[in-house]
Design a protein around this ligand. Structure first.
Ligand code: DGI
Ligand code: FE
Ligand code: FE
Length: 415
């Protein structure tokens, strides 16, 4: 009986897509493999060190399983995910060899990966336990470096390395994450079941991998919201924010507009505050602190420790610097939209409330009641929101900004 030939394709698979599956397929047919194991990685100290956020292992595993469903000869192993601690290929191969000592293993890697495999944990074990299939894309490889690497690994470890010429397919996990974050289609980039899973679970919605989220340059001299630049502003906000946050901002703007009509505020200024209120949300913590301090907004200890609280102040700075807003009431409404403050103006109250009740919000329990109250009596809605927010923060054991407490006390007294 000829020994079973098993390919192993490891990866973060965040998410898995057709270029991965095509690679598995090509390896399978080129080396007459009986099967290929997709092996999503567990904890990766390398990615972690580079400050990358990796999606939960259970989600990555499920997506790999969905993509292999019904495919002959394609299986998924959760071995690396189940293992505690870091993922080491040498350990994986040892475990596999123990499970199935008669099989011949083919470890599938890209050319760039091969070039640093000598730095991996126990390379001698890896090369002893598996043959290596190195995927070579015609357009990508520095042939000389690759040939040198192959020869060096053969010499030093007796590595058995085979080349696998593959098609160059421009699909990557980064591409998919970015498209999801921008609300673009990922149809035909990954199997339909994976696509549905991503959308249903809301994965990658908030990600911004390459976009610079620190806006530069004034879009216009001296903007006060006017009918002509309204679209320009919305467009710029769309560029700065992840898709879901952008839609949230539109919701806040529309709600603030409607509340203004009912309560006699200026709807266009309220709408502008709504569009812009969260533009500071996705700056790095350092940028938020820097923007505030450079612009005369002191950063308190609690804000420093809870950067979530800083996005309002930083957002007001961006509204002024990038969007040219000089209307002090709009700027202060943005500045206090997370915590509120005592004695808020009409516009400030409207933004604070609109942020909580806009149509996309659905988590807070009393929302239907608060939504109704908002169109009847702003102060009543304000108190309900403050009270529920404080309850929620205490429940989470999150530190409470004194401003949130002061605001609550103020409106309770003035009731
Ligand atoms: O930016 P959004 O998500 O649209 O909403 P937001 O600006 O109102 O605030 C985001 C978070 O800020 C929200 O989860 C509630 C929280 N927050 C409000 N007051 C306090 C607070 N968080 C802490 N830690 N302490 C507070 O006093
Ligand atoms: Fe906010
Ligand atoms: Fe918001």
């Amino acid at each position: 009986m000829t020994p079973e030939k098993i390919g192993i394709l490891g990866g973060t698979f965040d998410p898995i897509h057709y270029a991965h599956l095509l690679l598995a397929e090509e390896a399978k047919s080129a080396f007459s493999l009986d099967k290929v194991l997709l092996m999503p990685s567990g904890h990766s100290y390398m990615k972690e060190e580079m400050g990358k956020k990796v999606t939960k292992a259970s989600d990555r595993l499920t997506m790999a399983r969905l993509s292999a469903l019904g495919e002959k000869g394609l299986f998924v192993s959760d071995m690396e995910i189940r293992r505690e601690g870091n993922t080491y290929t040498a350990d994986t191969l040892e475990a596999l060899a123990k499970e199935n000592p008669d099989a011949v293993y083919y470890f599938i890697v890209g050319a760039d990966t091969l070039c640093n495999m000598h730095t991996w944990y126990k390379p001698e074990t890896i090369f002893a336990l598996a043959e290596i299939c190195v995927a070579v894309r015609e357009d990508q490889v520095e042939e000389e470096i690759l040939q040198e690497t192959i020869e060096r690994l053969q010499r030093e470890y007796g590595a058995r390395i085979h080349r696998l010429p593959i098609l160059s397919v421009g699909i990557s996990s980064t591409l998919i994450r970015d498209r999801v974050a921008r609300g673009e289609s990922i149809h035909f980039l990954t199997p339909a079941a994976v696509e549905s899973y991503i959308l249903e679970k809301g994965l990658y919605q908030d990600e911004l991998s390459n976009r610079s989220n620190l806006p530069t340059g004034l879009i216009n001299e001296n903007i006060a919201l006017s009918r002509e630049n309204r679209l320009e502003i919305v467009h710029k906000v769309e560029e700065i924010l992840p898709y879901k946050r952008f839609v949230h901002s539109l919701g806040v703007a529309g709600t603030a507009y409607a509340l203004s009509l009912v309560h006699g505020a200026d709807p266009e200024r309220a709408e502008l505050a709504g569009f812009l209120h969260d533009v500071g949300k996705y700056l790095s913590k350092e940028d938020k602190i820097r923007l505030c301090e450079e612009n005369g907004l002191p950063v308190s200890e609690i804000e420093r420790d809870n950067e979530e609280l800083l996005h309002a102040k930083a957002g007001a700075v961006i509204a002024r610097q990038t969007f040219g807003v000089e209307d002090e009431e709009i700027l202060s409404a943005i500045r206090c939209h997370s915590t509120g403050k005592p004695a808020m103006t009409l516009l400030e109250k409207i933004l604070y409330i609109a942020d909580y009740i806009e149509p996309g919000r659905n988590l807070a329990k009393r929302l239907p009641e608060i939504r109704k109250a908002a169109f009847r009596d702003l102060d009543e809605a304000l108190l309900m929101i403050l009270s529920d927010t404080l309850t929620y923060l205490r429940l989470k054991e999150a530190p409470i900004d004194p401003m949130t407490e002061e605001t609550y006390a103020y409106y309770q007294q003035s009731k």
